[in-house]
Design a protein around this ligand. Structure first.
Ligand code: 13P
Length: 325
């Protein structure tokens, strides 16, 4: 049996409360080296350690970021990396009051030895973790795929919590497919039901986790995109049916939505009070225009940081339900 409950120290610090605080969300900058390479390739840069370092430095040293961003999820390389001027990336975040986080899944694997890795990540300054498990609608999902996703997430959450890291639980239901929004709701309902069953079986403390769901939308190829009010209606219906109010925060992924769509959908979900902090943990919807502005050129560094602030501020306003494009 796992010793799953977090220590008194972690409970007293309650980093999940810092992360899920009004007007704030998470910057997901935890692209694996392969995915980061694709982003860099998109602006004509080679996928080298130096280019990844410069890009991540651009993100973490953005002046004023801490006003809108409460946590940043990093890939392992960045957690242990310095900026070009020799400061630790984690220190740059902490200076702005941003809690450092770490992606701990290794694609579809990573439970073996996770307890040891979590200890190392904690010592390196991480205070929260993320595990992403992917579910595809067009290829099923079979009951076995749903159970596997849920069980892996629950085991990870228990291990992370007992190591003092706040677990972000992310079953990503991919947007790909021609299905309608009702089918997405059906699949998401099954996934969250199993996830909470296994979280409970593993004695995970619900007050100390954060969720990272996909919004409930029609499949990307349905030819019938939904308005923000519809996405909000379906997504909140799912959450109310499946997520206990003990969970402090729901930090959505953007999943390939445009920057504006992701902001409008979040804003629509915050038009009425929710039992949880409903916010963002976006990667692409915070970084797309940053990359386009930067283009790998030193001269564009500041302009790219301003582009990040623009998206972060817009999503902060959407977290409060006050976004007006
Ligand atoms: P997107 O916001 O680009 O979907 O990425 C979030 C994330 O962390 C996926 O795991």
């Amino acid at each position: 049996k796992l010793a799953t409950l977090p220590s008194a120290l972690v409970l007293a610090q309650a980093p999940w409360k810092t992360i899920a605080s009004p007007g704030k969300g998470i910057l997901a900058m935890d692209e694996s080296n392969a995915t980061c390479g694709k982003r860099l390739e998109g602006i004509g840069l080679e996928n080298t350690v130096e280019n990844r370092q410069t890009y991540r430095e651009l993100l973490v040293t953005t002046p004023g970021l801490g006003e809108y961003i409460s946590g940043a999820i990093m890939f392992e390389e960045t957690l242990f990396q310095d900026t070009r001027k020799g400061t630790k990336m984690t220190e740059e975040l902490k200076k702005q009051g941003i809690v450092p986080g770490i992606k701990v899944d290794k694609g579809c694997a990573g439970l073996d030895g996770l307890d040891v890795r979590c200890g190392e990540y904690y010592r390196a300054g991480a205070r929260f973790a993320k595990w992403r498990s992917v579910v595809s609608i067009p290829s099923g999902p079979t009951p076995l795929a749903v159970r596997d996703c849920a069980y892996g997430l629950a085991r990870y959450a228990a291990l992370a919590q007992s190591a003092g890291l706040v677990p972000i639980v992310e079953p990503e239901i991919l947007l790909d497919g021609e299905h309608d929004i009702d089918r997405t709701l059906e699949v998401a309902s099954a996934v969250w039901a199993e996830t909470f069953k296994y979280l409970a079986d593993n004695n995970v403390l619900f007050e100390g986790i954060l969720l990272k769901p996909s919004m409930v939308t029609p499949g990307a190829d349905s030819g019938n995109p939904a308005a923000p009010e519809v996405v909000a209606d379906y997504t909140l219906r799912l959450l109310r049916r499946r997520v206990p109010p003990a969970v402090p925060g729901i930090m959505f992924l953007s999943g390939g939505q445009s920057e504006l769509e992701a902001t409008l959908n979040l804003n629509a979900m915050n038009q009425s009070p929710n039992p949880w902090h409903v916010s963002f943990s976006y990667a692409r919807a915070l970084q797309n225009s940053v990359l386009r502005t930067w283009k790998g050129e030193e001269a564009n560094f500041e302009a790219a940081q301003k582009a990040l602030i623009k998206r972060a501020a817009a999503n902060s306003t959407a977290q409060r339900g006050q976004y007006d494009p």
